[in-house]
Design a protein around this ligand. Structure first.
Ligand SMILES: Nc1nc2c(ncn2[C@@H]2O[C@H](COP(=O)(O)OP(=O)(O)OP(=O)(O)O)[C@@H](O)[C@H]2O)c(=O)[nH]1
Ligand SMILES: [Mg+2]
Length: 315
């Protein structure tokens, strides 16, 4: 049995070190990844993937930790991925996450992993589903993905999850920001956290007004708004109920299948583009590009045709 097969076998048996090792291979874009994915693909596809996004400091890690407790009460095996899509300051943020997840550190049925995706050629779109596949094959029934919502990343993370929770909190100018960032479209469930702070009911009211304006057909999902105090465990039951309801809707409406297919399509696309880019950059070592450039300079060839020719060469 190859090292990879052995590692996959151990991870499927629930060995946390094997799981960690496989996620490291994903993170580092290991040349062994194709073999890893080949060994995993038949064993994945059942986990519920829940994304949790929102501005820095709204309480994502605290909420994640509370949800882990709730799922553990249902005796489910849980995976947690804290994905840092963009920040160059990974160390600090992840340290905070680890502190807030401390209570689950000794639980063998909980896998917690921070992951930076900047080094991965396919970026967030390829690395995250690969890490999800590792956790899924390791028997996690639920996988929670925490990402800080800055600009584009929450839209990307929404594409990676079955259910996306957008977390807001009072005093962060979130109401207006939400509309701007297109958060309305990506949230399946809204959490207004820090409900113990002044202004929480304002955020709820703003959100309600905004979600009412979204056009919906009969049978479309209506995004619930759940008030929580994650640090005190308040509103967590309601949050769990909202997630469960959304999952039922996903299944009944056929949307689950569509979302999962879209996710794999995005992954394939990211990998394909990465491969093409790699082959393209390999061209810089030979004179084919120079030859084409010279022909354009001489007026024999237009740049579009030159581009077509080079694309045909690399694919
Ligand atoms: N008062 C109050 N504080 C909270 C609540 N939830 C979280 N906090 C606190 O808010 C701070 C930030 O919480 P985190 O869970 O680290 O927030 P985060 O969104 O994960 O932050 P980043 O990962 O840095 O973006 C911590 O000090 C928490 O204890 C809440 O409902 N009420
Ligand atoms: Mg956090």
């Amino acid at each position: 049995m190859s090292d990879i097969d052995l590692l996959v076998k151990r991870s499927r048996g629930g060995d946390p070190r094997a799981v960690a090792r496989l996620i490291s291979l994903v993170e580092n874009d290991s040349p062994e990844l194709p073999d890893v994915m080949a060994a995993l693909v038949a064993h994945a596809g059942t986990a519920a993937v829940v994304g949790i996004t929102g501005s820095p400091g709204v309480g994502k890690s605290t909420m994640t930790s509370a949800l882990v407790s709730a799922y553990r009460a249902e005796r489910k095996r849980v995976g947690v991925l804290a994905v840092d899509p963009s920040s160059p300051f990974t160390g600090g943020a992840l340290l905070g996450d680890r502190v807030r997840m401390q209570e689950h550190a000794m639980d063998r049925e909980v896998y917690i992993r921070s992951m930076a995706t900047r080094g991965h050629l396919g970026g967030l779109a390829a690395a995250t589903p690969q890490a999800v596949r590792v956790l899924d094959a390791a028997g996690c029934e639920v996988i929670l993905i925490e990402t800080v919502g800055v600009g584009q990343s929450e839209i990307e993370i929404a594409a990676l999850a079955d259910t996306t929770i957008v977390l807001l909190a009072p005093g962060m100018g979130d109401g207006i920001q939400a509309a701007k960032a297109g958060i309305l479209e990506v949230g399946d469930v809204f959490g207004v956290n820090k409900a113990d702070h002044d202004g929480a009911e304002h955020v709820v009211r703003d959100l309600k007004a905004m979600t009412r304006m979204v056009e919906r057909a009969a049978g479309d999902w209506r995004q619930p708004i759940v008030s929580t105090v994650a640090s005190a465990g308040r509103g967590i039951d309601e949050m769990m109920e909202a997630i469960t309801k959304h999952r039922e809707w996903l299944t009944d409406s056929g949307e689950l299948g569509r979302r999962r297919r879209r996710r794999v399509r995005d992954e394939i696309e990211a990998l394909a583009l990465t491969t093409l880019r790699q082959r393209f950059s390999d061209l810089h070592g030979d004179d084919r590009l120079d030859t084409l450039a010279d022909r354009v300079l001489l007026g024999e060839l237009n740049p579009y045709s030159a581009a077509e020719e080079i694309v045909a060469t690399v694919s």
